[in-house]
Design a protein around this ligand. Structure first.
Ligand SMILES: Nc1ncnc2c1ncn2[C@@H]1O[C@H](COP(=O)(O)OP(=O)(O)OP(=O)(O)O)[C@@H](O)[C@H]1O
Ligand SMILES: [Mg+2]
Length: 227
């Protein structure tokens, strides 16, 4: 059984997939058996033959050269670009925790270092039916995953990042660090980095700039974040 790490973000579109691609690429480049898994993806495009394309998984599979088949990368794929709980309700295909758990375990058996990407931010409803509620933070806690947060480097990030860390702590989900994306440098971004570290005690472990092709982090240090 391999180790795993959950990648969450301060919100949707913050760059979780982009950064995850660099993370898995770095580990594989160092000879580690690193893989990718995502429980639920909404907003998938449809191929000419009608199949749904899980963009996030395809991106990481390609950038990091994993070579995994699509059906093993994502458990639930929805076309509608809305929260998974709503997309699932509209398609009549609700997310089952047992299915996610089984797929996650299979992936963890196959890979030494499994990177699990979240959907949206940490409060993302996956299932919200009568008597059956599953939110992403429940799923992460139940799978026993530690988390790494992807946040934007710019204005507003102190609020979003500190709130995300506080919520993860409340749910007893270990927080391994923060990666600031769209980093350009400059006094405000440097201050954001320092303020996040001082207000939470959680380190900013890497900075990712526009179009970066490599993660500026040593593979061994990166691997030590997995549990
Ligand atoms: N550092 C970067 N350089 C260039 N493009 C980036 C960078 N970070 C993010 N992007 C681009 O911004 C868009 C949103 O990023 P991404 O898909 O990684 O977000 P996400 O947090 O995974 O979103 P979702 O919640 O849908 O999973 C994508 O088109 C991605 O390629
Ligand atoms: Mg993504």
């Amino acid at each position: 059984m391999g180790k795993a790490l959950f990648i969450t973000g301060t919100g949707t579109d913050v760059g979780k997939t982009f950064v995850t691609g660099l993370i898995v690429k770095r580990l594989r480049g160092a000879g580690m058996n690193a893989g990718y898994y995502k429980a639920a993806l909404s907003g998938a495009e449809r191929a000419a033959d009608g199949t749904l394309l899980p963009g996030d998984a395809l991106h990481v599979n390609r950038v990091a050269n994993i070579g995994e088949s699509v059906e093993n990368l994502v458990s639930y794929i929805y076309e509608e670009a809305v929260s998974p709980h709503l997309a699932a309700r509209h398609t009549g295909r609700p997310i089952e925790f047992s299915q996610v758990q089984a797929d996650y375990r299979r992936a963890k058996e196959k890979y030494g270092y499994l990177t699990v990407e979240g959907s949206g931010g940490i409060i993302c409803p996956l299932r919200w039916e009568d008597g059956e509620h599953l939110v992403l933070d429940d799923l992460v806690a139940r799978l026993g995953l530690p988390a790494l947060i992807v946040a934007d480097a710019g204005l507003g990030t102190i609020n979003a990042t500190v709130l995300t860390i506080e919520h993860l702590s409340l749910r007893h989900i270990p927080v391994r660090g923060v990666i600031l994306n769209h980093w350009t440098g400059g006094a405000m971004e440097e201050d954001n980095r320092r303020m996040i570290e001082e207000m939470t005690g959680i380190p900013v472990v890497a900075l990712v700039g526009q179009g970066d092709e490599e993660l500026s982090m040593e593979a061994g240090v990166l691997a030590s974040l997995y549990a």
